[in-house]
Design a protein around this ligand. Structure first.
Ligand code: SF4
Length: 250
């Protein structure tokens, strides 16, 4: 009986000690909590260090060929788009020539990019609209760009940013994922994430940061699960992270 009592007291003591240690650790880790602004600075610094130069990944020679390349990149890799566009632009590299092409011929060339029926129709139609409404030029504003068939807000943002140098922060599913893993947003969709990133970073950094996020995602932070403790950015933003980060899908 006395032995059982001693064992019980010993276990209770151990439990008490463990709880105190955990509490102390909790307090210590709390001191390492970073604010969103601090995390943004860590991200900014590390991305600038890793990617001081940010060449545009899609091959193009002017706003029109960039617009077509970005449209083709929906649900397709940039690498594949770059393999397809030389043949497409050999056929037609401006809206006047493209508008004269048979949709079936465009479709046959762009088939490896996926969604070819929809994309070929959009390429043909938007080329005709550019001629009728914009004198064959790509418009330099969001409204007219987003009115074009096959052009959503993300495509318009890429064109505004990379063709015309207008400040924009195009957010796709990859940027949405990174921004959540780095604690820069709790956005439920790309729209909310874009709003949060624009509030967090200075406007003059948006265009470059978009590309830096893309490069980082490709090289280090893929869509596959990660416990969020491997890279410098996560370790600096969340030194006390112990559980895998759960992200909202776009
Ligand atoms: S630790 Fe994981 S989640 Fe964080 S940046 Fe690296 S790959 Fe991405």
């Amino acid at each position: 009986m006395a032995l059982r009592k001693a064992l019980f007291i010993f276990l209770l003591g151990n439990l008490y000690r463990t709880k105190r240690v955990e509490k102390r650790r909790g307090r210590r880790y709390k001191n390492f909590m970073t604010t969103k602004k601090e995390r943004a600075l860590i991200v900014l610094g590390q991305l600038e260090k890793l990617y001081p130069e940010t060449p545009i990944p899609l091959n193009h020679k002017d706003p029109y060929t960039l617009l077509i390349a970005v449209l083709l990149s929906a649900q397709c890799t940039d690498e594949r788009v770059n393999k397809i566009t030389p043949a497409l632009f050999k056929l037609a590299d401006n809206p006047f020539k493209m508008a004269k092409q048979d949709v079936e011929e465009i479709k046959a060339i762009i088939r490896p990019c996926g969604l070819s029926p929809r994309k070929s129709k959009a390429i043909s139609e938007l080329s005709k609209i550019l001629i009728c409404k914009h004198g064959g030029n790509v418009p330099q504003n969001f409204k007219d760009l987003e009115d074009l068939p096959g052009v959503g807000h993300k495509t318009a943002s890429v064109v505004m940013s990379q063709a015309f140098g207008h400040p924009a922060f195009p957010v796709d599913t990859h940027i949405h994922r990174l921004a959540q893993r780095w604690g820069l947003t709790k956005g439920k969709n790309v729209k909310e994430t874009e709003r949060d990133l624009k509030n967090l970073f200075p406007e003059e950094k948006w265009n470059k940061l978009h590309l830096q996020f893309i490069y980082y995602g490709r090289e280090y932070c893929s869509a596959r699960g990660c416990d969020g403790t491997v890279c410098f950015i996560c370790r600096s933003c969340y030194p006390n992270r112990r559980r895998p980060v759960v992200v909202n899908k776009a």
